[in-house]
Write a protein that binds this ligand. Structure first.
Ligand code: IVH
Length: 691
């Protein structure tokens, strides 16, 4: 959608915007471009912070000149009021569903049937994934997104335009007029990627809410949420795959792309939509279609989102029209369903596990079953409400589903198979580890052990601290933490840095090499970036993103002691609850003592906040490469900071100056390609400070 030259021009425009020289139109133009890079190409050219900066500039200008606001301005995505009720709206064309096939023979039979209807020697099939989300239809009129609706009963659905606008990959405007189109209705699927689903569920669990069963439910539920801001947080995606209505401008010739399905996908992609244009394949025999579907099924787990089959469509729109539809589905398309990833098993018992924050999670133990190549024997039931809702009992035959790398879950018990000897699941009243009474905070679905010295919590906190996204001490994984804890070698987080290696060396399986690895991994963790330490502390509601925000807001972790709840709320994405939790953490003497011990042990506690110094280099970023003729690298870097400049560690579009010395290598090459970077010598650099 953007050519190389346009991309370059838009990048330099972005730089201009940052210098306050841009018009409202230019700001919008640039924001749309960066949204496209981020949401459609998954290849952002700027950081979130820079995007926010440009966005704020636009917001400010629009506030000053409300008459200049357009419905497709990037600021218009944000719904500032709650959805009260969803109005039912009729689709321009009924949203039919697809006929299902489950094996190659079904497809071969369909191909035969089609050939009796269509009098052609060859049918080209376009075959693409069947996305497992929630169907939507979008209407664009005069190039502007006019309406987004759910499928409903196929004839009419709910108008969910405001919620659809929260999906970054849905363009608020698109130049359909360039293709001679006045009005168009497009169908597609709203999805949540597996990665986002996991992240979202982890956040829900952290907040004491019931987890969502699978990405499909997460997407479908999102569309009907009252609060558009909450929809935005779910980070949904929309993939568009079918044009269901089109009105051509009377004065124009319809573009020939819309004569085929593949062409339509190409047009939609060129207009900035996400489509299966790259995944689809044009095939000329049904045998090739079968082979393609089978091959795709094997790749299913590698995709970032869930698919439950393939959809095979007659590529030629004229032929589609000739084959027509039944009352329920078109004759020109067929779904090829993949094998269900469900199995039945028996629920043998329920165990209760205490997490890092004291949450007590019921875990179902089932007779081991194979689903999609994995043996499942243990399934989280999330909380007491889930057990009650599903009316699960010990001894029940249960349907278990495992979708891709999404954690398995119990769909339902088969109550028609009950024999009468199934027993109720009794949720404990006391912590299964420390025996303290459990509490259920108001509004939460989760029972908690509130004894912060409860052994289960202490161990889980250490496991979290060493985990991959926190301090990443790989040699000290979960099983070693549990082992060392049970042997009293490790009592708490600071204990990691004063382990008795001689005692460990006496354990079976700990030879000199593994002791060495362990020591090195622990030693290396001392240099980790501050946000990893903050994340590793396991402060409630503080995920990786918030930890990064905090890391960037201080020059030293202990500064967080001085932040009021209001100060914290000024930071990106920190609301009341999160702010309060951080405040409480840094106003607890035990926590501060722990941080002091960690700092004394040599763990990095320095943050990434840029010094507030104002100087000749304020607002400019620098990177040094090669051997400088007179200055030591560390002195040169200090000059930058002392003069209010900022150091970067890599060459990117955020870099203003690359200062080069002798034998500068790849950084210089890279900087030469990025035209916006000024490449200067040491003496030019010194001149900047002196003049
Ligand atoms: S085409 C008139 N293409 O599957 C037919 N549908 O079970 C238009 N779906 O209702 C639909 N991926 O919501 C089409 N690539 C794809 C699809 C797809 C998922 C959904 C769609 C449909 C349902 C049928």
């Amino acid at each position: 959608m953007y050519t190389k030259d346009q991309t370059k021009a838009l990048q330099s425009l972005t730089n201009k915007l940052l210098k306050n020289e841009a018009t409202i139109d230019e700001l919008r133009h640039a924001l749309r471009f960066h949204e496209y890079r981020y949401y459609i190409l998954n290849d952002p050219l700027i950081t979130d912070d820079v995007y926010d900066l440009i966005y704020k500039k636009l917001e400010k200008l629009e506030k000053e000149n409300p008459a200049l606001i357009t419905p497709d301005s990037p600021t218009q995505r944000v719904g500032n009021s709650l959805n009260t009720e969803f109005i039912t709206v009729a689709h321009l064309t009924p949203m039919l569903s697809l006929e299902n096939s489950y094996n190659p023979q079904d497809l071969i039979d369909w191909d035969k049937r089609l050939r009796t209807i269509l009098d052609v020697s060859q049918i080209t099939y376009s075959t693409e994934p069947k996305f497992d989300g929630a169907s939507i239809s979008l209407i664009y009129e005069n190039d502007i997104l006019a309406r987004g609706a759910t499928r409903g009963d196929g004839i009419a659905g709910d108008d969910v335009t405001t919620n659809i606008k929260q999906i970054g990959s849905v363009p608020l405007s698109a130049k359909f007029s360039n293709y001679g189109i006045d009005k168009i209705e497009i169908r597609g699927e709203v999805l949540m990627t597996k990665e986002n689903f996991k992240r979202y569920n982890a956040a829900l669990a952290e907040e004491g809410f019931a987890a969502l069963a699978n990405p499909r439910n997460a997407a479908a539920g999102s569309l009907r949420m009252k609060d558009p801001a909450a929809v935005r947080k779910r980070k949904l995606e929309a993939i568009l795959y079918h044009i269901s209505y089109i009105k051509i401008n009377e004065k124009k010739q319809p573009d020939k792309l819309i004569a085929t399905h593949a062409g339509s996908l190409q047009m939609l992609a060129a207009l900035g939509f996400r489509t299966p244009v790259n995944e689809k394949k044009l095939l000329h025999t049904i045998e090739e279609v079968v082979a393609f579907c089978k091959a795709f099924e094997l790749k299913r787990d590698e995709l970032p989102y869930e698919i439950d089959g393939m959809v095979i469509k007659v590529n030629d729109i004229e032929l589609q029209q000739q084959s027509g539809s039944t009352a329920h589905h078109p004759r020109w398309a067929m779904a090829y369903k993949f094998k269900a990833r469900q199995a039945t098993s028996t629920l043998t018992k329920v165990e209760f596990q205490v997490g890092r924050t004291g949450s007590v999670t019921p875990v179902a133990k089932i007779e081991p079953v194979h689903i999609g190549g994995v043996t499942v024997s243990s399934i989280s039931l999330f909380n007491a409400d889930v057990i009650a809702e599903k009316d699960l009992r010990i001894g029940d035959a249960v349907i278990v589903e495992r979708a891709g790398d999404v954690i398995p879950y119990i769909v339902k018990p088969l109550d028609e198979l009950r024999k009468g000897n199934e027993t109720k699941i009794i949720f404990p009243k006391n912590c299964p580890v420390c025996n303290d009474p459990l509490v259920k905070p108001e509004g939460e679905a989760v029972w908690r052990c509130v004894n912060i010295n409860c052994e289960a919590q202490v161990v889980e906190r250490i496991i979290h601290f060493v985990s991959k996204d926190a301090m990443d001490i790989r040699s000290l994984g979960e099983s070693n933490v549990r082992k060392f804890y049970s042997l009293h070698f490790l009592k708490n987080i600071p204990g990691i840095y004063s382990l008795n290696y001689e005692a460990i060396a006496k354990l079976e399986g700990f030879g000199p090499k593994s002791i060495d690895n362990l020591r090195t991994a622990i030693e290396n963790s001392k240099k980790q970036n501050l946000h990893r330490l903050i994340f590793g502390l396991g402060i409630r509601y503080v995920g990786e993103a918030t930890a990064k925000t905090l890391g960037k807001s201080v020059q030293n972790i202990f500064e967080l002691k001085n932040f009021s709840i209001e100060d914290l709320q000024q930071l990106k994405d920190i609301g009341n609850k999160v702010g309060e939790s951080i405040f409480n953490f840094f106003h607890n003497d035990d926590n501060i003592k722990m941080l002091e011990i960690l700092a004394d042990a040599g763990i990095n506690v320095a943050g990434d906040k840029i010094g507030n110094k104002e100087g000749k280099l304020s607002g400019q970023t620098f990177l040094f490469t090669g051997t400088l003729p007179t200055l030591k690298r560390s002195d040169a870097e200090k000059f930058v900071e002392d003069n209010g400049g900022r150091l970067l560690s890599t060459v990117s579009n955020n870099l203003n100056y690359l200062v080069t010395g002798d034998s500068a290598g790849s950084k210089l090459e890279k900087a030469k390609k990025l035209k916006s970077i000024k490449i200067i010598t040491e003496s030019e650099f010194l001149n900047m400070i002196q003049t």
